[in-house]
Every structure is written in structure tokens, then in C-alpha cells.
Design a protein around this ligand. Sequence first.
Ligand code: SF4
Length: 458
Amino acid sequence: MTDATPRKRLLIRTWGCQMNVYDSARMADVLAPLGYAPTEAVEEADMVILNTCHIREKATEKVFSDLGRLREAKRERGGEMVIAVAGCVAQAEGAEITARAPWVDIVLGPQSYHRLPEMVARASRAAGAVIETDFPAEDKFDHLPETTAPQGVTAFLTVQEGCDKFCSFCVVPYTRGSEYSRPAAAIVTEAERLVSLGARELTLLGQNVNAWHGEGPDGRAWTLGRLVRRLAEIPGLARIRYTTSHPRDMDDDLIAAHGDTPALMPFLHLPVQSGSDRILKAMNRGHTADDYRRLVDRLRAARPDLALSTDIIAGHPGESEADHAATLALIRDIGFAQAFSFKYSARPGTPAATMAGQVEEAVKDARLAEIQALLRDQQTAFNRSRAGMVADVLVTGPGRHPGQMAGRTPWLNPVHFDGPESLAGQVVPVKIVAGNPNSLSGVLAAPATPSARERPAA
Ligand code: SF4
């Protein structure tokens, strides 16, 4: 952008997973050279992007009600507002969006956002909406500008996209396409850049992040474990996480990396979805409940302080009371530190949507309540078990109250403690004094001399 480029305002609303958060940041990067600077105020926005998620029930209806409000805002600005719908709802419902909301200018799927500048130009000339929901042959990551905006102490980095697993209930293989791994060299370069911009913790993202594989700079085939070890060598990078993983892609090397790479944090989101083998089969998950138990045993053998989080679906078609009981049993056996649990809801176009044995809403509600009560107890117990220990806390910034700072433990618990703002970006020892249901509180322990890894990059 030159000084003569007019300043324009861009509002991006993001729903859904961390991959959408990452995509929104990259869309802002792509549009920055056109003069778009971020805003939170819809009245001053020259462009609004709704970056949507298709996972939850009624996602499409929520997008349309937001679009209804944006129609008014666009009218008040005399039509001077570009409205774009991005993400998985755009991918799945492109034609319906333009039919029901003709004031939308751009509809783009998750694989097309590198084309936004060209689409904005086309939208200014086109009579109708510009739609890009194909899976373009070129790699969007090759066409994205480098991130230049400070990312904060924690940053996301997409390493993998798409999914070939075709779980019965899930739209991702249809909206995000087949599995694709970014080249190792490009990931390392982006990671170094994020660290130079202030990131101390990187979360590697992918719909099936542990399916990541590629040729390493040494010419050998790398899998995620090797990539994690390489990233751990970046000076100033204190912490690495990855999400979302699939039990089937948890290979020996990645399990070993949990034991031999201190920067890889002892917290893993490993969706299981159900504890019943019958339902896991109907879900097309490709593993049994005992496969999952054994996998967790191996992970805990490699990293004894590993905490786990998971996803559970209550009431998948065909689920009986016995299947539900098997899910509760698996939850009890594993003991999760955190979890996301949902009632099954049919996503059009997925195999489960037309399966026999759809479970009544009231039954799903009751089962979900039971699952959530158990998971809540486990989360509370896990948080309470932190009390009394001195945890390494990555300080992310000021807390809610004056003089208070906020940070994260290795197990991803939010922590609040009193301390100076100068601690932001450092890993400091905090004595945990209370484990609350959703967060921890602590006091700064005797300041230790930070090790080289724990010092922010120069
Ligand atoms: S592994 Fe299953 S749930 Fe996860 S994205 Fe792929 S199809 Fe969806």
C-alpha cells in the first residue's frame, strides 16, 4: 500500500474452529495491501466478511440472520459496503446464499481466500455476486502474503487442511476437500516469522493435523513428530501444540515426540466421539474404544503428565442405551481434563443424516446432560488437582483486574495472578492456589532465572 492508497475498514466476524481464526487473520493479511485496516464497528466497515462454520445446528440460519442485519447497514451506507461470506457455510450453501441474500457481493470457500483481492475487484464490476467455491488447483498458501501483523504471544499456524476420513456425521471432507499437507520448509519459515513477531507458543492446525506428512529439508519423509522436533529448535519458541488429531494418525514417532520434546506441551485434544464399538463403526471412525484406551496408555507412558481433551457426540443414529453406557464408561476410564460434547444433529449430505435409527431429541438431551455432568466433574477434578503445584505459566497479557496478569499452564488452563505487565511473553513459575471449574488462580513463585528456551526471542 502507498500513502496515497485510501484507508478502508474491514470487519471480519469469525465462527467455529481455530482454523477459521487462522483463516480470518490470513484474509486480513491478503486485504491489507488494498488499504483495508481492521475495525470492530459495522457502521464504519467498507467490507464485512462473515467467516462461517457449518458444524453446529442452525449454522446457516444464523448466517442469514446476520446477513439481514448487514443488509440494513449496507443500505445506511448508501450501498457502499462489500459483504462477503466465507468459510464452510459458504462452501456448502453458496447458491442458496446468493439466492436468499442478493445483497451479498462475494461467496468464497476456505480454499479460495487468497483470491480475495481479485474477487473484490470483480465484485465492484459485477451485477451479481462473485462466487468461488471450487477447490482451485493452485496452492492458496503459495499465494498468500507473509504475515506482518504482530500475532500476540500465542499464534496459530495451519500445517494441514482437509480430511479423507469421512466420518458419518461430518461435513468437513465435503467443505474442506481432501487431506493436504503444507511443505515442511514453508511451515518452518512461517513459524520463524511468527516467533520474530512475538509468538512464544505456536498451535499447529489441521482438520487432521497428525495426518501431516511431507518431505523434510533433509530429503526424507517427515511426519508430524519430526516437524514438531524441528520447530522446537527455533530460538524463542517456548511451546508447541497441535490440534485436531485423529486417533488413527497417532504414529509411533509422534507419541515418542511427546516424551522427548519438552516444548511439546503435555495437553492433547484427541477426539473419540463415542465409547461404543458399534457406534464407532457406524461413524466410520476406523478404531475401537479399546484402540483408543491403548493409545492413551502409550501416550501417558511417553509423557506421564499428559492431559487429554476430546469430542463426544451424544445420540448418533442407532445409539442405544448400552452404547451410551459404553461412552460413559470410556469417559470414566480415560479421565479427561476438558471436552467438547454435542448432541448429534444431522448435516445434510452426510451419511448419518439418512441413517435408520435417528434418536429422539429428548433422549439425546438426556444423554448429553449425563455426559456433560461427568465431563464437568472430571474437568473440575483436574483443575483442583493443579492446586498446590508450581506451574510454568506462559504470560499472555493483562488480566481482568488492575495489577493482574493472565496466562496458560502447560495443560492449557487459564491462570490469573498478580504481577507486572513486563512479564507478558515470558514463561514464569506460578504457584497455583485454587483450581476453579474453568480457570486457576495463583501467585507468582520466586522468580527463577528463565532458561534460554523460556526467554522471549531477542
Ligand atoms: S476426521 Fe471425521 S470428524 Fe474429523 S474432520 Fe474428518 S470427517 Fe470430520
